[in-house]
Design a protein around this ligand. Structure first.
Ligand code: MG
Length: 282
């Protein structure tokens, strides 16, 4: 199932994409759906759900207001680890094999086909990062990697937009990753029952049609099961938790000279089976 959040006559609605449009579901928002509905229940509800033509729906991020910060992995693909260290050895050299975790504040996740604010005056090194994001489906504490799949609700595409000058200018990455509009997400959540585990999905990013990133989520250094095992050993992961698993090589700072984003650029992040998240820099 592909689940979306959308505006219909100005009202935020959740639904399942169907051939004829989107079947509107009786939940107030995606977080409530995730914590209260099983896949079976969703399928059973489907035949009775009113179908809305897609043209009448304005797509929002599947989880427009995450309840907590997005948990992010840094330098979780080998090729990206190398390009980041080339760009700024001081900020990005990774001298330990341990996973790099950081978080991203998201008051409101950017919608598919929406804008990425440029924050002119604050940054002139705006960059993109196509990532596979994992959505936790049920409370996870002390979950072993082998059992992690059962705790995943689904997957979406996330652009971990970054202000490189702010990211490297401070001791921590938090500010440079957390500006308003820096977390576009979508277009949908693909439920975990439709993805083999661990996910091995092609992931790409293009800017103005030029292919910049191309990899496969099977190449994650720290895989989804391992991440959930490690984090849940120490922190309870609640339903609706979003984990951005890291980005492959080909971000703007990886080029020589770097290719940072400018106003009018169209960024398309795609993960196989989920879809394309398209945003314009304004
Ligand atoms: Mg990232």
């Amino acid at each position: 199932m592909k689940l979306i959040t959308f505006l219909y006559h100005g009202k935020e609605t959740v639904g399942i994409l169907t051939e004829g449009g989107v079947a509107a579901l009786p939940f107030p928002d995606m977080n409530t759906l995730i914590e209260s509905a099983s896949f079976e229940e969703l399928r059973t509800t489907l035949p009775a759900a009113p179908v809305i033509p897609l043209e009448e729906a304005v797509l929002l991020a599947p989880i427009p207001r995450p309840r907590q910060d997005v948990i992010c992995l840094g330098m979780n693909y080998r090729d990206h680890e190398k390009e980041a260290a080339r760009y700024d050895a001081g900020a990005f050299s990774k001298d330990k094999p341990a996973a790099v975790y950081f978080s991203k504040r998201v008051s409101e996740a950017g919608r598919p086909d929406g804008d990425i604010p440029r924050h002119a005056g604050l940054t002139d090194r705006l960059d993109y990062e196509a990532e596979l994001a994992v959505i936790i489906g049920k409370t996870a504490k002390n979950v072993k990697a082998a059992e992690a799949e059962a705790y995943i609700f689904g997957y979406t595409v996330l652009n971990d937009v970054s202000a490189r000058d702010l990211q490297t200018g401070h001791k921590q990455w938090y500010f440079g990753k957390s500006l308003d509009g820096f977390t576009p997400m979508g277009p949908c959540i693909l439920t975990a029952d439709e993805v083999s585990f661990p996910p091995m999905l092609e992931i790409t990013a293009a800017v103005n049609g030029e292919l910049r990133q191309r990899s496969n989520t099977g190449l994650l250094i720290h895989g989804v099961g391992e991440i959930i095992e490690e984090l849940s050993a120490g922190m309870t992961l609640l339903p609706g938790t979003i984990i951005a698993t890291g980005t492959p090589a080909g971000v703007g700072m990886g080029f020589d000279p770097p290719k940072f984003l400018k106003a009018g650029d169209v960024v398309e992040c795609t993960v196989q089976g989920i879809g394309t998240l398209r945003n314009t820099v304004r």
